[in-house]
Design a protein around this ligand. Sequence first.
Ligand SMILES: NC(=O)c1ccc[n+]([C@@H]2O[C@H](COP(=O)([O-])OP(=O)(O)OC[C@H]3O[C@@H](n4cnc5c(N)ncnc54)[C@H](OP(=O)(O)O)[C@@H]3O)[C@@H](O)[C@H]2O)c1
Length: 290
Amino acid sequence: MNILDGKVIGREHRRQSAMRAEIYQQSTGLQVHLALLLVGDDAASQVYVRNKAKACEEAGIRSTIVRLSATASEDDVVNMVEQWNTDASVHGILVQLPLPRHINEERVILTIDPRKDVDGFHPVNVGRMMIGASCFIPCTPAGILELLRVGNVTTSGAHAVVIGRSNIVGKPIAALLAQKRPQGNATVTQCHTGTRNLHDYTRQADILVCAVGVANLITADHVKEGVVVIDVGMNRLTLDDGSSKLCGDVDFASVSPKASLITPVPGGVGPMTIAMLLSNTVDAAERMIA
Ligand SMILES: NC(=O)c1ccc[n+]([C@@H]2O[C@H](COP(=O)([O-])OP(=O)(O)OC[C@H]3O[C@@H](n4cnc5c(N)ncnc54)[C@H](OP(=O)(O)O)[C@@H]3O)[C@@H](O)[C@H]2O)c1
């Protein structure tokens, strides 16, 4: 079976976070606590925040959701984050993105105390990640590394091709795979909309990470036999009968027979992202008493 099952791997990871959260509570008398801020009424963001809170609850991690209206000011958002920065009972802070257009995301992210930045988006964590220092690694790239680890994929010496250069997935996973350490040491090629003849690069990939947001962009012609495929894409396709279905950036049906390992969508990277959020939150709590 060549499926890298994020549901199974993520569940095991969440179980470990739950055990660590329980040990933390027994030794400190405090419950690990994640504060989530949702601004506005974007339907997808509401689902993401609800799922994150539910996963916390299942792992014995306390979650607090604060919902601000779409008309909340930038200062309202910053004030909420500052309040959590100084609240010793809050270990992790997550501001659900995207924020409404009138709010400067960069200012909000800069406000988060880097020690509580469990999404790993604060420039202090991004910078520490780049130099290989201890930091919060953004949850999706962290989940990808975990999938590769559990799948016994040797990254050292491999040619990893990453499609996408967003700050939350493409850039960090490319940087992490190139780090000089056992779970990195890959030769990394990064592709994007400026790349000419994408398939010339993807066909060379031993490991192909797709973080694009274009349904079924990658087909069998784009990959070589034995490739390891990590499909980060989450695209909603409308079917002929009007219903919709979630699919990745990779045409699973044509690519999976050539792949040595492949993540499905749904059930691949998505569950890992939430699992890594929980472990980052427990890490934050543990580091505060270390
Ligand atoms: N499963 C999860 O937990 C999870 C987490 C995060 C994101 N996602 C999903 O992953 C996908 C990517 O997310 P993101 O936030 O990284 O997206 P993003 O910020 O929109 O970035 C997409 C990247 O793909 C590149 N790109 C777009 N079309 C391309 C093409 N035809 N050929 C080559 N490169 C192309 C863009 O290039 P340019 O830079 O040149 O524009 C950009 O760098 C989305 O479907 C998102 O929903 C899933």
